[in-house]
Design a binder for this molecule. Sequence first.
Ligand code: AMP
Length: 302
Amino acid sequence: MSLLVIGSVAFDSVETPFGKVEDVLGGSATYFSASASYFTDIKLVAVVGQDFPEKHVRFLKKRGIDVKGLQVTDGKTFRWKGRYDFDLNQAHTLDTQLNVFASFKPRIPEEYKDTPYVFLANIDPVLQLEVLGQVKKPKLVACDTMNFWIERKLKELKEMLGHVDILTINEAEARELSKESNLVKAAKCILSYGPKAVIIKRGEYGALMFSDSSVFSAPAYPLESVFDPTGAGDSFAGGFMGYLSNVDNISDRYIRRAIIFGSVMASFDVEDFSLNRIKNLTNREIETRFRAFKKLTHFEDL
Ligand code: AMP
């Protein structure tokens, strides 16, 4: 099955205690697409400016990503600048320049409209809603968001949440959105906005999925070298949605396996800056780490 994504394609400038990069390839849809491309066919909807280099488009194409929905318009590409301190779980946004996204009107190519799996990556909830308005009854719609939109577009965000099946969100942002400090209460509150499941991403502590009928907890892979957490959430979502689209099964069993594939992809992403680690993985590396996750969490019933 194929998978449609809308989200940001960006230039990121990032500083962590272990190094610094400027104007490197980033964006929620970029990380998502690169990660999901190991599992399924991706159709990307986004906008970039005239300053977006051809080499980045070539990279997306090389990963098999369909870029017919990537518009190039006059103006500058979206830019995000962030910093992480020793607590790598918390990103500090220093600057966000929406640039070409400020006036973007997504146009979904005709052949994208009946894509069965849809991911609304982190971007203005108004754009996420516009995309939902143009697709025909997808089998599964999931989305992401962040504090930037919770603080600026709460009404639109809540409206969008009424139309999706799954929300993936950071721990701190789950608290901010629900105004609850307890994560079980936060999840309950978020489920009341409409999604059937919410996956709370907890950085180095893993991920928790809540639905009306089940709770699932996945650890993060214990890594010795973490350089840059940027894109971990989007890489997680890419592995998660990519796997579901690949197996075309959204039962609880498969959702749990998908959360582990998401965690696998996030664990690769944080090992280097930008998309450096996830751009050239092998299926064998992905399988090996999936098996390592199984070992990590396995215990016997006595
Ligand atoms: P994450 O997976 O949560 O680490 O997301 C990191 C990516 O989100 C970066 O590559 C940024 O370019 C992108 N980003 C940051 N702020 C925003 C925003 N307000 N809207 C859309 N994308 C953003």
